[in-house]
Design a protein around this ligand. Structure first.
Ligand code: G3H
Ligand code: 13P
Ligand code: ZN
Length: 311
């Protein structure tokens, strides 16, 4: 099936109270893991490409791998640019078949964020592509941008109406307590999302799809495998999955997950080498990594996002 935009996906997700998983991709095995999982769950899915992924894999490879994945299934797949830093990278992605782009000018002053976002929207919409933008600042690492916890800012509901009206965006990423990376909170902390802010935003811009970045939950069972087989990931916890499910039942239509998939991928490889010290064929350990990542994606779709059987 050809790639689609997120328009119809979000409309149905909003109405029926679930969210679509947006999973980051960097190589063939990751794309296969995600698409096979979504296909078996009969769930729409978003494959997203960061600046880091472009640097690592070359965008040409990534877009052909995504096209290959789409050709092998009938589920709706959107190809999304994650954290587009400027107009040029958004334009390049639009010109090369992406169906959705994020312009992330959230660290810029208000007027500048609006101006650059508006420019991307005009170009994207003229080419049938949808646009996500961000208001507020998440703590953690956003691609090459590191935002300290003290500088993180919740999105102000007072700003969302004007921002969406002036920019014409299709979805809005907000900061309500999520953060990027695998080391979000210390064990013993009780991280909660500011669902009150989300509810207020929903009131100000009804029927508008909201996006959550930094939504990994740091799967303790997979971290335990990493550490059992030679790793030493520090003790950390993420956003409780139950909080994400509550948000998905509200206005949140897209939930970004990257770190949890990376941990699953790495756990399988570490385990493989300890259990099979003589192996040297990449298909053996990458096959295990793909399988563990696929299991993680299925878990997210079925138990967290609620998007199974929604195509
Ligand atoms: O939000 C950032 C994503 O997890 C992508 O990270 O720049 O390391 O590819 P990356
Ligand atoms: P995590 O690091 O929590 O997986 O967030 C990923 C993300 O927001 C990608 O844009
Ligand atoms: Zn992000």
């Amino acid at each position: 099936m050809p790639l689609v935009t997120t328009k119809e996906m979000f409309k149905k997700a909003y109405k029926e109270g679930y969210a679509i998983g947006a999973f980051n991709v960097n190589n063939m095995e990751m794309i296969q893991a995600i698409v096979e999982a979504a296909n078996e769950c009969r769930s729409p899915v978003i494959l997203q490409v960061s600046a880091g992924a472009r640097k690592y894999a070359n965008p040409v490879y990534l877009r052909h791998l995504v096209a290959a994945a789409a050709e092998t299934t009938d589920i709706p797949i959107a190809m999304h640019l994650d954290h587009g830093a400027d107009f040029e990278i958004c334009k390049d992605s639009i010109d090369n078949g992406f169906t959705s782009v994020m312009i992330d000018a959230s660290s810029k002053p208000w007027d500048e964020n609006i101006a650059i976002t508006r420019k991307v929207v005009e170009y994207a919409h003229a080419h049938g592509v949808v646009v996500e933008a961000e208001l507020g600042k998440l703590a953690g690492v956003e691609d090459d941008v590191k935002v300290d916890a003290k500088d993180a800012l919740f999105t102000s509901p007072d700003e969302v109406e004007e921002f969406t009206a002036k920019t014409g965006i299709d979805s809005l990423a907000i900061a309500i307590g999520t953060s990027h990376g695998a080391y979000k909170f210390k064990p013993g902390q009780d991280p909660k999302l500011r669902l009150d802010i989300l509810a207020e935003i929903e009131k100000r811009i009804p029927n508008f799809p909201i996006v959550l970045h930094g939504a990994s939950s740091v799967p303790q069972d997979k971290v335990a495998i990493v550490n059992q087989f030679g790793g030493s990931m520090p003790d950390a916890i993420g956003i409780p999955e139950s909080e994400l499910t509550k948000a998905a039942k509200m206005a949140v239509c897209k939930i970004n997950i990257d770190s949890d998939l990376r941990v699953a991928f790495t756990a399988a490889i570490r385990k493989h080498f300890v259990e099979n010290p003589t192996h040297f064929d990449p298909r053996q350990y990458l096959g295990d990594a793909r399988a563990m990542m696929k299991e993680m994606v299925k878990h997210k779709i079925v138990n967290v996002l609620g998007s199974a059987n929604k195509i």
